[in-house]
Design a protein around this ligand. Structure first.
Ligand code: ATP
Ligand code: MG
Length: 447
């Protein structure tokens, strides 16, 4: 702030200093000019016209008084007509412009020899011929000394002004920011003890920074919320992983202990199944981490044909479904439906929905995977038990499962579908199937 203000102060000081110098010089020169005028007027009163011509009657004493000056030298000249000198020792320079009855006097700078002088020329106002001109000249020593004094005083005052203003501004800024610094160090101390604590806004805090602190506090609250969700997620994930790992250990111990090869085989087969379950869980956790990562720009990665994608995922499950006696069918455009997004993410989402339908609605016997083009959607519909309204609102919350759900899921599938769609600017809906039974899970992609 100070670095920004000081140059402005210097500019102001230079301007005001120059103006003060000009003003002081102007008035001091005016005063000196006035003295010169008084001298010329005194001399003019001594000029007389007589029958013998022009007479300048200046007694020696009066002449000494007129010429007396401690610093400068004064010269006189009284001329008439075309240049007859009646008084004065040296010829004085003529005015730059011819004087007339209209403009009867003129001050001007000139030189006598090499000495610079200030000259006043006056035409006497008696309007008779010949015209009489009175000139008084004075060397410029006093004026030069005065000008240099005025200059130094102006410079000194300007420098003083800048220094004093800078000190005042510095003091004011320091005083103004002291309360902010105090608040910041208070917040710093508090956050060392408990991170993400909001900064307390009290009366000592300057009004100007309060909106900023409020914004920071809101941000902290959001961060705090996100931090809490992360902690809960890690705790839940650890909890979910603990059970299969414990079971895995038991199965391996059984296999080690067992002498009966058939039982040993069963224990090992169970262990492999558990490993599969663990693998799927880890895969899901990784997908959650990827969809949470804001720096991972999945939005417009490639263009994806969702119709082809849905059919490929469906074909991948045909054998399983045939074994379970499920009728897995396709209801779609039969032509490409292309949208922007990430191929692997969309594939993951569709696979999760088919997986749910197969797992929870196999009793219904029929599952339909459908694709629409305008607007682009992919839906998976089954004729199973569906989800009751009380649970429906919680579905999609991480790790939420309808109590008593069969299978070994951990409640991440739909949460993953939702966040994949969110990341791509789409949304997800759940509702009853077309014949008012079962479940229809629809992914709405951005158009
Ligand atoms: N098609 C469906 N019919 C009936 N209930 C369903 C269906 N799909 C999901 N659900 C219910 O919604 C819950 C949440 O499903 P979600 O896919 O999120 O998790 P999950 O299948 O339990 O576990 P995961 O998919 O992580 O292995 C399931 O526990 C199940 O109770
Ligand atoms: Mg699932």
């Amino acid at each position: 702030l100070l670095a920004g203000i000081v140059p402005a102060l210097v500019v102001i000081a230079v301007f005001s200093g120059s103006f003060a110098y000009w003003l002081a010089r102007y008035f001091s020169q005016s005063v000196l000019d006035q003295w010169l005028y008084d001298t010329a007027a005194t001399l003019a009163r001594r000029v007389q016209r007589s029958a013998h011509g022009i007479v300048v009657d200046v007694p020696q004493g009066a002449r000494e008084m007129l010429e007396w000056d401690e610093i400068d030298r004064i010269y006189f000249e009284v001329l008439s007509g075309v240049g007859t000198r009646h008084f004065g020792d040296v010829p004085l320079p003529a005015p730059p412009k011819q004087l007339s009855w209209k403009q009867r006097s003129a001050f001007y700078d000139a030189r006598i020899g090499t000495t610079p002088v200030r000259v006043l020329a006056i035409v006497l106002d008696d309007r008779t011929d010949p015209v009489v001109v009175v000139k008084v000249a004075e060397t410029r020593l006093k004026r030069r000394v005065l000008a240099s004094h005025v200059l130094w005083i102006s410079v000194a005052v300007s420098v003083l002004l800048v220094v004093a203003s800078a000190i005042i501004v510095w003091y004011a800024i320091n005083r103004g920011t002291a309360s902010i610094r105090a608040a910041v160090s208070r917040a710093h101390r508090a956050s060392e003890r408990t991170p993400l604590l909001p900064i307390t806004i009290d009366q000592t805090m300057p009004e100007e920074v309060r909106p900023l602190i409020q914004d920071i506090n809101e941000l902290m609250e959001n961060l705090h919320g996100a931090h809490r969700l992360n902690r809960e997620f890690i705790a839940n994930a650890a909890h979910q992983l603990r059970t299969p790992i414990a079971s895995l250990r038991v199965q391996i111990e059984i296999a080690l202990r067992e002498t009966d090869p058939a039982k040993q085989q069963t224990a090992l087969a169970d262990a492999v199944k558990l490993l599969g379950r663990l693998g799927r869980m880890l895969h899901q956790l990784l997908i959650v981490a990827r969809t949470d990562d804001a720096s991972n720009d999945v939005g417009h990665a490639t263009s994806v044909n969702i119709d082809q994608l849905a059919r490929e995922e469906l074909e991948g499950r045909l054998d399983d479904c045939a074994q379970l006696g499920i009728d897995l069918g396709y209801e779609g455009q039969g032509q490409p439906v292309t949208i922007a997004g990430s191929d692997t993410m969309y594939r993951e989402a569709i696979a999760n929905l088919i997986d749910n339908a197969v797992r929870y609605a196999s009793s219904g016997g029929r599952i339909t995977v459908g694709v629409t083009a305008g607007p682009p959607t992919v839906y998976v519909e089954d004729e199973g038990p569906g989800i009751s309204a009380t649970h429906l609102e919680h579905i999609g919350t991480r790790f939420y499962r309808v109590p008593g759900s069969p299978g070994e899921g951990c409640g991440l599938g739909i949460a993953i579908v939702k966040s994949i769609l969110q990341r791509h600017g789409g949304h997800f809906t759940l509702g009853p199937g077309s014949r008012q039974r079962g479940l229809r899970a629809t992914m709405h992609f951005p158009g």
